[in-house]
Design a protein around this ligand. Sequence first.
Ligand code: S2G
Ligand code: ZN
Length: 487
Amino acid sequence: MSVTSPLLQASDACVLEGLRAIVGEKACIEVASDMQPFTTDYRKLYHGKALAVVLPADTQQVSAVLALCFEHNIPVVPQGGNTSLMGGAVPDGAGNAVVLNLRRMNQVQEIDLLNDTMTLQAGVTLQAARAAAEDAGRLFPLRIGSEGSCQIGGNLSTNAGGTAVLRYGNMRDLTLGIEAVLPDGRIYSSLRGLRKDNTGYDLKQLFIGSEGTLGIITAAVLKLMPLPTASAVAWVAVDNPHAAVELLTEAKRVAGQAVTAFELISGPALTLVLESMPQLSAPLPAAHDWMVLIELTSGGDAESLDAMLMGILEQGMERGLVTDAAVAASLADARAFWMLREEISDAQTRAGGSIKCDISIPLSKIADFIAVASAQVLALAPDARMVIYGHMGDGNVHFNPLRPKDVTPALFLAENYARVSHAVDGLATRQNGSISAEHGIGVAKRDDLLDCKSSVELELMWQVKRALDPKHLLNPGKVLPGLPGTA
Ligand code: S2G
Ligand code: ZN
């Protein structure tokens, strides 16, 4: 039984009836309070409204829902695990959109060990996908902190990266084929699992990274990798970001492909985690301004990998790049190091007042960028905690100034969000960097594209949008700045 607002238009009532008929009453949520978890974003910064939330069971139901909404000009907001940090997966406040959540489409459909591929539905969580691969003796290497709730469809729609991109690439690199439903209900499929296929435009790449604005990804064929048989992990204090870049170069020289992760962590980032999780302890006795988590993995024996890591650290010490290091002596140690790194994100969410700048910069410039951006931010917000961390190996740092403890999140963000993110993003753009390395654009960074994309790029993106979503119904207001057709 559904209780819907008396303000509904007759056409809306007709749409709701149609939605219930397609997905079933239980999978069509219409009561505002029940919709709330689907209309509020992960960081609780965006609070939208929806006509309904539907949870289709399969691609055919997704197709029927989209065809119905297309016929009635109803906007549709695709949603996976709703872990977007940029407000990319929730509706606006108009209340006229249907949120289409893919969590019921959570089946791993095939693992082909000879082809080293896994075919699965978009609603499979990243954690479940990794577990299914491991159970089959393989590795699906995408690794991000939100893996328990983020879904493969959302990872694809934002071209997710995470902590193993240095070795394995991001979702775009890990995907061989997808299935997606177009705004009018047509189904596009390239679920062929081919590593080579040069038959016209590589259309899957339009949908990957488009944040649900061109089509709704419903399934994918992903690459599987050999499971590593050895890993070596160290928590290393470095003199400064320049020293970190030099150490990375040394690590790649010595260990080549075995360098799987190289994560930079600033002192304030580690302090934030230790303060919010007192049960954890710092790997090194002294406090340091800059640290790096290095992970080597291989299919060989642990001894030679350990020797490689020790060689890198010794060289780093000799060259004055490394001031201290703790090498994981067990899997438990390695897991403890990784927990300190992975917890930074949630520790920021718990603290509130985090200005997230997900920057990528050529590695040759990243250390200077950190120095200049830090000086600019501290000139604007002298007491901000400089939580700077992340995937330095990919040239990607999460440059996330955090509110001082004695300032409320609301006040700090009100006073600083615009001017700090503008300064940091502006500097990245001038350095030929990116203002969103892995988190996507959503709503949060949409208008910033006007400052960093050329008019040709914006025109082309709008031309693609108009070609695939001529009624501008899919995830309206996300990614593309300006109004439909103005670019
Ligand atoms: C990470 C998580 C998002 C953030 O931890 O690598 O991508 O910036 C981030 O809190
Ligand atoms: Zn990240």
